[in-house]
Write a protein of this length. Structure first.
Ligand code: ADP
Length: 491
């Protein structure tokens, strides 16, 4: 099969969160199974160019219709750790992708509507006709809309779209200007409830809703979250649409790329270790402490890695920091915030705790440091309000770092409580799970974890080893994606 991924991220060259990991890891798995995969991305000025090999201009004169005029683009091509990627660069005064940031601009809907249009034009003009176009999140929600309303009439009638939703919270809203810009036009037609009109704001078009309505199949990134989005409040207003389209909606658990996340062969950690050499994990703990100037002692290290966003339960993260310190643990936080209030809050904490020998806050995005933390920490806390899949707990399991998670979304399906999981035998349990969103819930889970660490070190180690034995690679999920591609191709 010939598959083209159209996305706003691909790790490690463009990564803000799990979306980047998924686009890269899934593509690698598909290729390993003999499929042909290409990835279309925006050419941001702040992406990690050091991770691209052989970047060259592959298509110099791509003219993209925009607002009744045309924008001249160049398409660059290069390999990101073996994956063939095309980067679209518009030459216009809007500088859509020269903002020093991937997201967070006022005109994000226009930027990514343009990217979606340009990706389709690139496929059309360069005569690429993939069997499946796999689009991701709100940024590419308009791809299936434009494919079925415009491009299938220009020679792309056999292309099929799978639309994957990694986060329902961000849906992409715009007014009628988006219709005039992309050439979809026909306001009355698209502002219809059955098409792009937002379910709650009648004056707004919703990109993600468009993706759901027009794609051949839609999925989110865990079966449990698919259920939560349809029947709970995790669909952020799209529950009814998902219900209407439930015949083509499913959940597929994300995988982890074990070629990148593997403690036995990880170039960012000083000491490789595995199941049979687990004691060497302690050497990474030592290296982590030395790097972050934490004192050497016999305390456990509790870590948090993630976007500092309301979704991730920042209040609980904050509480966990101080509670862990009081309970005789060290704490390491690696995170960055786009919200200025959250950013200011954690910078204030960082200054306040600056010389503390048992805590380190690293307020940046740092892929290399993330590897060392997964390897060196004893526990990873993930107190999310909602979590479509969650990769941090899956990576932690691989590194023998015991996850302490809130029981929502993909976290429920991947972490099994040491004390209370009645559905699994003690040998199958992998971490600690709490359900409420108050401080007490975090405290009780942290207490159980820290007590086990101090009082029953052998059992704590056994728990870590049990987690390492699970296989959350792309093997299984890759197969599920291929089944869906096959299904929509032959429908
Ligand atoms: P989300 O997609 O909601 O951000 P996930 O748990 O699915 O959350 O994926 C997060 C990914 O981003 C993981 O690979 C994690 O290690 C990485 N990550 C998050 N924040 C940072 C950071 N500040 N520095 C390095 N890696 C980070």
């Amino acid at each position: 099969m010939y598959i083209v991924q159209i996305a706003s991220e691909c790790a490690p060259v463009i990564k803000a969160g799990g979306l980047g990991d998924v686009v890269y890891g899934l593509s690698r798995e598909l290729e390993a199974r003999g499929h042909s995969v290409e990835i279309i991305l925006p050419k941001y000025n702040n992406m990690r160019y050091d991770h691209i090999w052989g970047l060259h201009d592959a298509y110099r004169d791509l003219w993209v219709p925009w607002y009744g005029d045309r924008i001249h683009c160049s398409v660059f091509c290069g390999w990101v750790h073996g994956r063939l990627c095309f980067f679209i660069e518009p030459h216009s005064e809007d500088f859509y992708f020269d903002r020093g940031t991937y997201y967070g601009c006022d005109d994000d809907p226009l930027r990514f509507a343009f990217f979606s249009k340009a990706a389709l034009e690139f496929l059309l003009q360069s005569n690429k006709r993939p069997d499946v176009m796999h689009c991701h999140d709100w940024q590419t929600g308009l791809v299936p809309v434009m494919l079925y309303e415009m491009y299938q009439h220009h020679g792309m009638e056999h292309q099929r779209v799978l639309y994957s939703i990694h986060n329902f919270k961000h849906q992409g809203f715009a007014g009628s200007e988006i219709l005039w810009a992309t050439g979809l036009n026909r306001e009355a037609y698209y502002f219809h409830y059955e098409r792009l009109r937002d379910n709650f704001n009648p004056f707004s078009l919703n990109f993600m809703k468009g993706g759901i309505v027009y794609a051949n199949h839609v999925n989110t990134v865990s079966p449990h979250h698919a259920w939560e989005a349809m029947y709970g409040d995790c669909g952020f207003g799209l529950g009814h649409t998902l219900h209407q389209k439930s015949f083509k909606f499913s959940g597929i658990l994300n995988g982890v790329d074990y070629a990148i996340w593997n403690p036995e062969d990880d170039r960012y950690i000083p000491n490789a270790y595995g199941l049979s050499t687990f004691e060497d994990k302690a050497l990474n703990k030592k290296a982590l402490r030395e790097k972050l100037l934490l004192r050497a002692c016999d305390k456990p290290i509790v870590a948090f890695i993630g976007r500092l966003d309301d979704q991730k339960g920042v209040h609980l993260v904050h509480h966990a920091m101080y509670y862990a310190l009081n309970r005789g643990a060290q704490f390491i936080l690696l995170g960055s915030a786009t919200d200025s209030k959250i950013n200011d809050w954690f910078w204030h904490e960082k200054h306040h705790l600056n010389d503390h020998p048992d805590i380190h806050l690293e307020l940046s995005f740092n892929e290399e440091l993330a590897h060392l933390i997964y390897a060196g920490a004893d526990m990873m806390i993930v107190p999310s309000k909602f979590e479509p899949c969650g990769l941090t707990q899956l990576i932690s399991l691989r590194y023998g770092t015991v996850p302490i998670v809130r029981g929502v979304g993909g976290l429920v399906s991947t972490v099994f409580d040491w004390d209370y999981d009645s559905e699994r035998s003690p040998e199958e349990r992998t971490g600690f799970v709490f359900y409420d969103t108050d401080n007490y819930a975090v405290e009780s889970a942290l207490n159980r974890a820290i007590d086990l660490y101090y009082n029953e070190p052998k059992l704590f180690q056994q728990l870590a080893l049990q987690g390492m034995q699970y296989d959350y690679s792309w093997k299984h999920s890759g197969e599920e994606y291929i089944k869906i591609y096959d299904y929509i191709r032959h429908k």
